[in-house]
Design a protein around this ligand. Structure first.
Ligand code: FAD
Length: 338
């Protein structure tokens, strides 16, 4: 039975796949419980979708823009394991455009960001775990009652009693399918239905544009999100870096477009939105094939006790940064009793 647990306090070897917030959270909690944990990440560094892109004089948050701290335990966790100075409130103005072009403020809520960049948080957390980067796990292979992880280079990594998968849904489903984990695969089908793509552009202006808010959700077919990255704490940019995210529909229709076309189209819409007629001094585009979860199902986590394989990630709890943490915390707790 999925998500069934029983008391089990033995020290175990555990592999975690993915070093986004969910993977790092799971690794830290499981490590705190005394288990031997190793995290495998396919990219060069940790962070996943809490990503920042290096630009000429600093960096810009190209993925997650901010996060909430509705569960105070989340903020306590970040303070304790990532460090008090690496995140703080983003004291900006936030507005959305309702039909008829009216701008309204976002509901009152403290919104947090990494300082001086979003990746400061996952960098801090990654110092608490054993991390192997640039290894993409392609398959889990049973060896007696242990798991071996096979990477895309064909090498086997370790022997683990348990494995935690924190990749986005399509990648998780692929891994489960080739590893013969059919019960978990079936359980991922409903919530895995929709994770939406997003073209993101970071644009630099020596002469700052004027806009009704620092961060905006326009009523636009092209732009989903527009924000002045330089208004976040600790950025200290000369001039301003803005982040533009395309809507999922526009991204889907332009998924194979060149970065140049994407920059041009998103910036043209930005000019229409703000009335800005000045020069764009630099721009860079990034395509997210997996950005935000559209799923409404919220199972929290998935844990197959008989296989010793668990799944955590934002897409199992509402598709946000705080959801990623929540999901991994719940899974770690379930694994301790199972
Ligand atoms: P991820 O961050 O995706 O981590 C998964 C990790 O697994 C990645 O590092 C990946 O490289 C790795 N991986 C995958 N497959 C393998 C494999 N086979 N082997 C090894 N490693 C693997 N959330 C908010 O709360 N607020 C926002 O404003 C916001 N804006 C967003 C804007 C954009 C453009 C995007 C892309 C996301 C946004 N989000 C936002 C969502 C937020 O980023 C995610 O909810 C959160 O970061 C997900 O964390 P995660 O650990 O679950 O997954």
């Amino acid at each position: 039975m999925l998500n069934e647990t029983s008391d089990n306090s033995l020290i175990r070897n555990i592999a975690v796949i993915g070093s986004g917030l969910a993977g790092l959270t799971a690794a830290i909690f499981l490590g705190q419980l005394g288990h031997r944990v190793r995290v495998f990440e396919k990219s060069r560094g940790p962070g996943g979708r809490m990503a920042s892109k290096r630009v000429a004089d600093g960096s810009v948050d190209i993925g997650a823009q901010y996060f909430t701290g509705r569960n105070p335990e989340f903020l306590t966790f970040l303070e304790r394991y990532a460090g008090r100075g690496c995140f703080g409130p983003w004291n900006a103005t936030f507005g959305f455009q309702s039909a008829g072009d009216r701008w309204e403020p976002f509901p009152e809520e403290t919104r947090y960001v990494g300082i001086p960049r979003m990746t400061a948080i996952t960098r801090g957390l990654s110092e608490q775990v054993e991390l192997t980067t640039q290894v993409r796990i392609a398959r889990l292979h049973r060896s007696g009652d242990r798991w071996r992880l096979v990477c895309t280079e064909g090498r086997e990594h370790g022997e683990y009693d348990q494995v935690v998968v924190t990749a986005p849904p399509a990648q998780t489903q692929e891994l489960l399918a080739v590893s013969g984990l059919s019960t978990l695969l079936t359980a991922t089908q409903p919530p895995g239905g929709g994770i939406l793509p997003c073209w993101a552009v970071a644009a630099y202006f020596r002469d700052a544009p004027t806009a009704p808010f620092d961060a905006m959700r326009p009523d636009s077919d092209v732009l989903y999100w527009v924000a002045n990255n330089s208004s976040k704490p600790g950025r200290n940019d000369a001039g301003e870096w803005w982040v533009l995210h395309a809507t999922p529909e526009w991204t889907e229709a332009n998924v194979d477009a060149s970065a140049e076309k994407v920059c041009n189209d998103l910036l043209a819409e930005f000019r229409l939105l703000t009335g800005f007629g000045g020069t764009v001094d630099d721009s860079v585009a990034h395509r997210w094939l997996y950005a935000r979860s559209a799923s409404t199902a919220q199972p929290g986590y998935l844990w197959d006790q008989s296989e010793g394989v668990g799944i955590a990630g934002d897409w199992l709890v509402g598709g946000r940064v705080e959801g990623a943490w929540e999901s991994a915390s719940l899974l770690a707790r379930a694994m301790q009793t199972g």
